[in-house]
Design a protein around this ligand. Structure first.
Ligand code: GDP
Ligand code: FE
Ligand code: FE
Ligand code: FE
Length: 196
């Protein structure tokens, strides 16, 4: 992996230490797993391996931030006030990318966008967006029914993997009587054609 991350003027060791001040060990392990899978997908699909590494490592950086912190960021950056009605599941990406920007001084829009949409996807996703979205779902530590199918599909086509993951997520949310963020539905509508 990379010894230095010039984008944030940190060595890998410094970055891993910083991440560990924010998240519990099991989540840190997941973030390393997402980095590994994201860089593998970047190799397969000719994406930027450095961006995949940084986005993978940082995608859940804000997952353990407080409600107060997310509300502060929504106000400060004048995000859509409707976001306040959601919760951590949506905030840690849709708002969390701003915490990464603030805490680490990361200014790479490509990477910040991949972090922003890693949970809910987007109507139009860049190669890096898709890589992080899919890597988060299939990294080696994940173990749920359907993960093997998702891993197979990710070898075939990134768009098919995005479609499958979004479909499964929506089925899961509906089955548990959970609200579906509109952008998740936009991702579904935009990519579901890849599955049929
Ligand atoms: P993680 O952060 O590595 O656990 O994975 P994700 O960021 O992909 O997802 C975090 C949580 O958000 C999971 O429990 C998902 O089921 C949930 N989630 C994904 N999309 C939506 C949505 O549209 N609405 C709601 N309420 N939750 C969602
Ligand atoms: Fe996440
Ligand atoms: Fe995800
Ligand atoms: Fe994650």
């Amino acid at each position: 992996m990379f010894d230095n991350y010039d984008e944030i003027s940190m060595s890998r060791t410094e970055l891993l230490e910083k991440i560990q001040t924010q998240v519990k060990p099991s989540r840190f392990k997941h973030m390393l797993g997402v980095e590994k899978m994201a860089t593998e997908l970047a190799e397969r699909y000719m994406g930027n391996i450095y961006s995949a590494s940084l986005a993978g490592l940082l995608h859940d950086y804000a997952k353990e931030a407080s409600t107060k912190e997310f509300l502060r960021l929504i106000d400060k950056y004048q995000l859509d006030p409707d976001l306040k009605k959601w919760g951590n599941a949506v905030w840690h990406g849709k708002v969390g990318f701003l915490k990464v920007k603030e805490d680490l001084g990361l200014d790479n829009e490509e990477i910040l966008h991949a972090i922003e949409v890693h949970t809910v996807g987007a109507k139009e996703m860049s190669l890096l967006d898709k890589i992080v979205y899919v890597a988060d779902y299939i990294e080696e530590g994940r173990d749920f029914s359907g993960v093997d199918k998702a891993r197979q599909l990710a070898k075939k086509s990134l768009d098919i993997a995005v479609a499958y993951e979004t479909r499964e997520t929506i089925i899961y949310l509906a089955d548990h009587n959970l609200p579906i963020y509109p952008q998740t539905l936009e991702t579904y509508n935009s990519y579901i054609g890849a599955l049929t």
